[in-house]
Design a binder for this molecule. Structure first.
Ligand code: CP
Ligand code: NVA
Length: 336
């Protein structure tokens, strides 16, 4: 049995393959309880702080509903609500929040901030996305892979697009840990850093996962069971639209790319939010400015029979529940 109690989830590398698989399976179990209407108040009486420097739909909604379903109280502390990093140091904020809350979620820019929160709060801290990593997303994503293929080991996942953002980093390292074959398919200037590749390679040698970093779309997507993409411009780099559109247009996830996998039962994943639909009014400013209707994924692919991004989004809640219950909980899994 794995020991999770009191631990933080700051980056995937801090967990073993067995621990990550346990969290994925616990997510599936909690999803089953939820679907059957069976209460699972493992965090009765706990207080959870939700710190957001960047905006969020899924992560915020998932932590909020997960906390409530677990019997805990979530409190949203947005960037304009608290003093963090402006009028008060991260260390002092961490010490104060640690005295009142039983667990802290943080989404923001720097990985060092989430690390400091964990160091000084004395309570479990969960990384809800930084510039470098998105670990809670990984549990949901590989749960979705497992739901579709029955297992994660040996599955081939090709991530196309910005190869050095948080999603690319997390998928590469987590896939390597879990024995998933991961391919990062992107222009050379957006390849993951050597440090990230070396870390993933070391995990891959243990798990048997085969890694590929390539700029060649045909080679990268051939035989892929999963095609995964993410926005071309991440939060905090909004000045990069022009250069990214130029660089990444050949890496758009479209139906030609789906066919190029050669796999009839392949699935499409996207962490969301996605830039895919010219007919709705979101993102119009960017679309008009750059005269572009779809970016990282076409509307056709997004709405195709292969698409699983909304299952994946729902799984954020079940997996965040598992992460909080395992690290904070008086966890007792009843036989049902
Ligand atoms: N996938 C994800 O993290 O979505 P949000 O940015 O809406 O939380
Ligand atoms: N790479 C994206 C992920 C959003 C969930 C970003 O950081 O904005």
């Amino acid at each position: 049995e794995q020991v999770f109690q009191g631990r933080s989830l700051l980056a995937e590398k801090d967990f073993t393959k067995e621990e990550l698989m346990y969290l994925i399976d616990l997510s599936a179990h909690l999803k089953d309880l939820k679907k059957r209407g069976i209460p699972h108040h493992y965090l009765e009486g706990k207080n959870i702080a939700l710190l957001f420097e960047k905006s969020s739909t899924r992560t915020r909604a998932a932590f909020t509903t997960a906390a409530i379903d677990l019997g805990a109280h979530p409190e949203y502390l947005g960037k304009n609500d608290i003093q963090l990093g402006k009028k008060e140091s991260v260390e002092d904020t961490a010490r104060v929040l640690g005295g009142m809350f039983d667990g802290i979620e943080f989404r923001g820019f720097k990985q060092s901030v989430v690390e400091q929160l964990a160091e000084f709060s004395g309570v479990p801290v969960w990384n809800g996305l930084t510039d470098e990593w998105h670990p809670t997303q990984m549990i949901a994503d590989f749960l979705t892979v497992k739901e579709n293929f029955g297992h994660v080991e040996g599955v081939t996942l090709a991530y196309v697009g910005d190869g050095r953002n948080n999603m690319a980093n997390s998928l590469l390292v987590t896939g390597a840990l879990l024995g998933v074959n991961v391919r990062i398919v992107s222009p050379e200037s957006l390849f993951p850093t050597k440090e990230t590749v070396d870390m993933a390679q070391a995990f891959a040698e243990k798990s048997g996962s085969k890694l590929m970093i390539t700029k060649d779309v045909a080679e990268g997507v051939k035989d892929a069971d999963v095609l995964y993409t993410d926005v071309w411009v991440s939060m905090g780099e909004e000045d990069k639209f022009a250069e990214r559109i130029e660089l990444l247009t050949p890496y758009q996830l479209n139906m030609d790319m789906v066919r190029a996998t050669g796999k009839e039962d392949m699935i499409i994943l996207h962490c969301l939010p996605a830039f895919h639909d010219a007919t709705t009014d979101y993102g119009q400013d960017v679309k008009e400015k750059f005269n572009i209707e779809e970016m990282e994924i076409t509307d056709e692919a997004f709405r195709s029979k292969h698409a699983r991004q909304f299952d994946q989004a729902e799984n954020r809640m079940h997996s965040i529940k598992a992460i909080m219950a395992a690290t904070l909980g008086n966890l007792f899994i009843p036989k049902v």
